[in-house]
Design a protein around this ligand. Structure first.
Ligand code: BT5
Length: 266
């Protein structure tokens, strides 16, 4: 059991989606810190209506409800906080260290090990004077490599051993505690962005970014303290806060499309 704010963990043998469940709880005024974990999701969500697939017992499927005091253009730092906590937990429990593909995947090499999905519900703010809710969920493959076409991997392949799901869950919630606290102030946010920079597989890569109505191609050269990606392109430098990213010149980069789903932060 983790200490700190993520102490109430609701465990499900099966639920449609841990993100969906926590968004509904947030709408009813649930406080920050509530955690949902499932053995199996019957309708696991990826971004933009895509599915997150995982046979029962094969993955860590976990969502947290946070209410960070972030301006809208920095809300995706909540995604970074969970992704970085997962990187640290994987290192502690399995000995392998995934990289982060900006903004929301954990990779081993070019293979997807985990995906993060942050969602806000505009209706979930202002309930009982609470800050708006952000639900951030992660699926970490333990023994399942994802659907064949996704070119994913799992932690037991990467580490060569069986990983205890509960140990990974507890380590993740412990690692999340300081990173969530960092979202409360400028210095913490800058430190989080610094950690993201040091773990980010996207920096130095040629990338293509799909945004609403636009596509941008260039070299990812930096991350700002707000966690935005800085791209060098033939038309100059661009700072990107939103968008799906394709790493170019890679074998298994997942193809992704423009964010448009209501409430999804990607
Ligand atoms: C994501 O979406 O990567 C975010 C996934 C978030 C899942 C967690 S599980 C707990 C919480 N509750 C939920 O309902 N969701 C969150 P996206 O970038 O859209 O990637 C989805 C794509 O990844 C799919 O279209 C497949 O191609 C691929 N995929 C699906 N399942 C996978 C898996 N287990 N491993 C690797 N790739 C997978």
């Amino acid at each position: 059991m983790s200490g700190g704010r993520f102490f109430e963990v609701r465990e499900f043998a099966e639920v449609d989606s841990t993100n969906r469940y926590l968004l509904a709880e947030a709408r009813r005024g649930a406080p920050e810190g509530l955690v949902a974990v499932a053995d199996h999701q019957s309708a696991g969500r990826g971004r933009l209506g895509r599915r997150w697939e995982a046979p029962a017992g094969s993955s860590l499927l976990l969502s947290v409800l946070v209410r960070p005091p972030l301006p809208p253009d920095q809300l995706h730092l909540a995604t970074a906080a969970l992704a970085l906590a997962a990187v640290a937990a994987c290192r502690r429990i399995s000995g392998v260290e995934p990289a982060v593909k900006w903004p929301n995947d954990l990779l081993m090499g070019d293979r997807k090990l985990a995906g993060v999905l942050a969602e806000v519900d505009p209706g979930a703010g202002d309930v009982q004077g609470l800050a708006p809710a952000v639900v951030v969920g992660i699926g970490v493959n333990l023994t399942f490599r994802g659907p064949p076409e996704a070119g994913g991997t799992c932690l037991s392949d990467a580490s060569g051993r069986q990983i205890d799901r509960r140990s990974l869950q507890e380590a993740l919630l412990e690692e999340l505690e300081p990173r969530r606290a960092a979202l409360d102030h400028d210095q913490g946010r800058a430190e989080l962005a610094g950690e993201l920079r040091s773990r980010c597989a996207t920096l130095g890569r040629k990338v293509r970014i799909h945004q609403v109505g636009a596509e941008l191609e260039g070299t990812a050269v930096d991350l700002t303290d707000s966690g935005h990606l800085v791209l060098d392109t033939p038309t100059g430098r661009h700072e990107v806060a939103a968008g799906d990213v394709v790493h170019l010149r890679t074998v298994n980069a997942p193809g992704v499309v423009t964010p448009s789903g209501p409430g999804q932060l990607y």
